[in-house]
Design a protein around this ligand. Sequence first.
Ligand code: DGJ
Length: 716
Amino acid sequence: MAQSRAEIRYDQSARTFRLDAADVTYALGVNESGELQSLYWGKRLQPADDIPAAHADNGTSSFDLPVNATPQEFVGWGGGLVVVPDIKITFPDGNRDLVLRYVSHRIQDDSLTITMKDISRDVTVVLQYEMDGETGILGRSARVENHTHAPLTVEQAFAGTWNLPASSDYQLRYLTGRWAGEWNLQQEPLHPGKVVLESRRGSTGDEINPWFAIERGSAIDQETGDVWFGALGWSGSWQINIEQDWENRVRVTGGYTPFDFAYTLAPGESLQTPKFYGGYSDSGIGGASRLLHGFEMNSILPQPHRLRPVLYNSWEATGFDVNESGQEALAEEAARLGVERFVMDDGWFGERKDDHAGLGDWFVNPQKFPHGLKPLIEKVHALGMDFGLWVEPEMVNPDSELYRKHPDWVLNFAGRPRTEGRHQLVLNLARPDVRAYVYGFLDKLLTENEIAFLKWDYNRNWSEPGWPSAPLDEQKEVYVKYVQNLYGILAELREKHPHVEIESCSGGGARVDLGILRYVDEVWPSDNTDPFDRLSIQNGFTYAYAPGLMMAWVTDSPNGMNNRSTSLEYRFLSSMQGSLGIGANLNKWTPGDFATAKKLVSEYKAVRETVQEGLLYRLLSPIGSEYAATESVARDGHEAVVFAFLHSSQEGKPFPQLYLRGLDPAATYHVHLQEGQLADGTVERASGDYWMHHGIGVSLRGDFQAACFTLEREAR
Ligand code: DGJ
């Protein structure tokens, strides 16, 4: 299929740039002061529509300086700026004034590069815009270059500013959370002032995810209305500011958090900001999510991206207590279910009996695996599955050979306590020797063993983020160089071992962002595997990230998180909304459990392409509701898969009628029930219009009940 391309045009007389792709137009221009000014971002305009030239906004009174009133694409802190700057620099002579003006530009295929320069100093900023032809999502970043003859310090560096026109009717959405309670969707009206979304944890974090959406209008729903959204591609400390000014204009800025930030640029050096992706949909937040999902699957994830295999993971079954015979026994049971990948989690290395020791010592524990990993791997292969392994490469337990040998390898401030989290410290990956060690042991592990998959874990936040061995003026660069080296290791490993797939895990979903997603194939959204809690967690996750990325295990009942008991069918259907995994202790399953699970695994395989890569419609939100339902429509439209969940029946009320979405109105669809029950009298075949407007009923009663059915389009 021919790829859609973005069109980028420059109108020399008006000095305007117009970027068009999919259903989006983005326009900017150079105004009479030489500032780069945002002109339009939204629904695609007609080809003949002219973009009027940019004119600085002189404000409504002499108290408003034009520099603050004019919506600029990228602005330095200087010249009286009081809104959030994109960049702030301190020069060695004490000057901190930076005023950037347009110098030149270059258009090449889907990308636009604009160079700006300070009015007197040889500091340039190169702005990069790349527009995705399929979705109209724009990736923006900036490179700051020091062409002066002295070092300078960058104290803040963002990718650029997204400007939205004045409106007193904007709603902001973002995602917050904590361990085992990630992906809570927040929604609030915007009003003058500033909302700061941020992580100071050294990594992405689960407290807030680097994603936002702004919708215009108060009567917003899933499928209608203007929505602007954005996500940062960075896995270190970050910040997004959503600022509404005195005239209700909105500016969104984002990049490295300026908190504790300083990056020294020697003459000739440069600093690249993270990419800040932004998109627009006129089909509500549902349309916005679907654009992001497609963009992630096709333009962010390593390509080619394969459908996610059904995996088994040992963590909830065996904890740290792994050994050759125990894992082999689990592998045999998993294979009987149709599992395609067997993953051994934590506990296989060093002196790892619990979380107090062993991290850093990446050799196979000889008591647990006297013959190394080979016999287990061979057994897994003989059972028709591939083999995956858990690692946590960036961490070290003080009780480890590695730490006893290299106590200076961790983040620390000289002479200060080293705060432990989960009894572990963070290796300073910014150090070249640490980077070499981490790459070295992973490369060796993958070279010596037939490993198809790494679950790459990361289980604590930073503390005492010092780098005492670096020159004083470079120590704070740890925030940038750590993450660059992390990406570098991942890229090199993928290059050398192209068949190896990777999952990003961070004590659950604390490292999910568009930066890490360039190097991994899937993510672990939460350590909370309670199937009812998962409905809300997964619902929140999909606002920003594709269902196909979202690993979801079926685990035992009652689930330890809430001591809640649910049927195996309910647990499966909850997990089948993402990438299906099984994390239960199969040694305890009955023959009946095996039969049910085998059937559901096979049903999942039949619909997984639609679930993982299709178009997601949220029919009923689980938030504060007794009911939840999602629908995934295959990209080629041949089928739709619907999941419906009932929390608890009350007062004998029926489950609400489901009005499907995204079907071809005139095509005929045949309904197939997979699990649960449809309402009495449900017809077998009807048009897309019928299913979308007459709807379909499911007959769910009781507690924690679930249903799944598909609609198959018939040939015309
Ligand atoms: C945290 C992860 O999120 C879990 O799935 C498991 O891998 C443990 N770490 C192992 O220590």
